[in-house]
Design a protein around this ligand. Structure first.
Ligand code: ZN
Length: 92
């Protein structure tokens, strides 16, 4: 069975859900991965649930490395965790 096109798997917990409810991380050639809040930036995308725990899980599992097939600095994960928790706090 084909998966619907909005279906994305979280690089942290591995759960699949609607990509519009997730955060997109984009990676452009030669650039560091960054959070793409509008989900419109060009490049390879990876998705994570909108909570910092999943980003931490992704760091543990090296989820970005697997999605982008490149090495990802710990600092980048740190930055993403900060950004994601800022989004989290804005919502609650
Ligand atoms: Zn998740």
């Amino acid at each position: 069975m084909a998966l619907p096109n909005w279906y994305r798997r979280c690089i942290g917990c591995g759960e699949g859900r609607d990509k519009r409810k997730m955060l997109r991380i984009v990676k452009n050639k030669g650039q560091a991965p960054e959070l793409d809040l509008q989900q419109k930036k060009p490049g390879r995308g990876a998705y994570v649930c909108p909570n910092s725990q999943c980003v931490m899980l992704a760091r543990k599992k090296r989820g970005l490395e697997r999605s982008f097939r490149c090495s990802v600095d710990d600092q980048i994960y740190e930055k993403l965790i900060q950004q994601v928790s800022a989004v989290e706090n804005r919502k609650s």
